[in-house]
Design a binder for this molecule. Structure first.
Ligand code: NAD
Length: 446
């Protein structure tokens, strides 16, 4: 349900007032139930490289209405600009400028995706072009209207554009699952991963554990992963036992009541999984708390629990699961919850930002450890998401936090869950150690 301000500016008198006074008018974002088709068509593929042809073929195989030029199109659903072979900044204009004239034809909820290669520090002119694409895409995201998004895929040199990670990232960014992801880049560093045959159930047959699952973002993650076909193990503190068993009944999931900061939590989890003969393919480290205070007033009773729940527990749980040797599947996916506060810092959140910046560095290091067994570790950094946690913010701060992003609204727990669903999939095997922001391009940080 939209917040009170958004409901007002969507009413007839509210819309008139907002239009006259220039107040933000957040668009209704289309999510998977609103727009189930994988690609909003017609989709225009820009670029003349071999990679561009490959991408056009791929989109055709998904049943999309694919064009190579805007021509006389009155309405465009999606644009994929393939820039994998650019060597200098002056090669960008010829590929990108045709989109300028078509911007006003973009449909509500349109998708623009650039596909390019990351700078490598080896060729100044080529890196200037490659770096320029990031600036272009992030700026375009600020200019998209009506819930449209613009994001980029960076395929490392040597990773072909038909690698599972590139295809998976494109599938995610073109779909309605990425409704609150804009102005972001996903880097595909290897050709690892496998293509999903059943795209409606990409997690079919996989077992996923979500911590902090009783409510909020955790409950949405559990529901989304279950809808994607996974069997769920849902974990939360004993005090949330009632909500947890309700969710477990709904999803036919296995509940486990455990405080992730309690002594021996990792060993108890391992024992529980062994007793239930469960090997985890997906581990979502979502449990998190805030205890905000200016640092001048910071005390151990606010600092320690935040560090304990938000990062130390993630380290002890993953260590215990990896060390056990028999409770993780062959190509495990670990996805952890960071925050935009951990990227940009936030007044009153030194403890929280410490923990969340820690999460981002943690997944980066963990990904190297898991790569040996074909596993991955990544993080998702939500911006402002409508949950009980953010409902407790002072009203004015909450209202400001909702508007300071390109989509001018708070995200929903399901938006975070969808990103986690993608990073948990077999296709995302080439995406390692990254933090994907789900923040509507919040103005903080990059
Ligand atoms: P929430 O408070 O609504 O839910 C958190 C869940 O974690 C609760 O069910 C809680 O019982 C559980 N939990 C807390 N401590 C635990 C412990 N010691 N052991 C086991 N479970 C525990 O929070 P949310 O808004 O859904 O946030 C979920 C995650 O997303 C957190 O890591 C949070 O930091 C992160 N996040 C949220 C937002 C936002 O806008 N809501 C933004 C950025 C990041």
């Amino acid at each position: 349900m939209a917040d009170a301000y958004t409901r007002f500016v969507r009413s007839t008198p509210g819309a008139m007032i907002a239009k006259r006074t220039g107040l933000p008018r957040p668009a209704r974002l289309l999510r998977r139930e609103d727009r189930p088709e994988p690609v909003l068509g017609p989709v225009v593929v820009l670029g003349d490289s071999v990679g561009a042809d490959q991408i056009a073929q791929l989109l055709l195989s998904w049943g999309a209405d694919v064009r190579r030029r805007f021509e006389e199109l009155r309405r465009v659903g999606s644009v994929v600009a393939v820039l994998d072979e650019v060597d200098a900044p002056d090669q960008l204009g010829p590929v990108l400028l045709p989109l300028a004239g078509a911007m006003r034809t973009l449909a509500p909820g349109a998708r623009v995706v650039t596909i390019s290669r990351p700078a490598t520090g080896q060729d100044p002119a080529r890196d200037a072009a490659r770096g320029g694409i990031e600036g272009f895409t992030r700026s375009l995201a600020h200019e998209m209207r009506a819930g449209g998004t613009a994001n980029g895929i960076l395929a490392a040199d040597g990773v072909a554009l038909d690698a599972p990670g590139v295809i998976g990232a494109l599938r995610f960014l073109l779909s309605a699952r990425s409704a609150f992801v804009t102005g972001q880049f996903l880097e595909v560093t290897t050709a690892a991963g496998t293509l999903t045959e059943d795209t409606a159930q990409p997690l079919a047959g996989r077992i996923a554990l979500v911590t902090g699952a009783a409510r909020g973002i955790g409950a949405a993650i559990a529901r989304t992963l279950a809808a994607d076909g996974a069997h769920l193990v849902v974990l939360d503190v004993p005090a949330a036992g009632t909500e947890l068993s309700r969710l477990a009944n709904e999803l036919r999931a296995v509940p486990i009541q455990l405080d992730v900061t309690s002594d021996g939590a990792g060993e108890r989890l391992v024992q529980f999984l062994r007793e239930h003969s469960l090997t985890l393919d997906v581990l979502v480290l979502n449990a998190g708390i805030t205890r905000d205070k200016l640092f001048a007033n910071m005390t151990p009773d606010r600092w320690d629990p935040v560090i304990g729940v938000n990062i130390t527990s993630q380290i002890t749980l993953t260590n215990a699961l990896i060390d056990a040797g028999d409770v993780l599947g062959k190509q495990p996916r670990v996805v952890s919850l960071a925050s935009t506060s951990g990227i940009a810092g936030n007044r009153g959140q030194t403890n929280y930002a410490t923990s969340k910046a820690g999460v981002m560095a943690f997944v980066d290091a963990l990904s190297s450890r898991l790569a040996e067994q074909g596993g991955t570790a990544n993080a998702v950094a939500p911006g402002f998401i409508e949950t009980e946690m953010t409902a407790r913010m002072p009203a004015i701060n909450r209202e400001v936090a909702r508007r300071v992003n390109s989509l001018q609204q708070g995200g929903l727990p399901v938006d975070v869950a969808e990103a986690i669903g993608f990073l948990s999939s077999a296709e995302a095997g080439g995406i390692q150690g990254q933090t994907l922001r789900v923040c509507g391009q919040n103005i903080v940080g990059r």
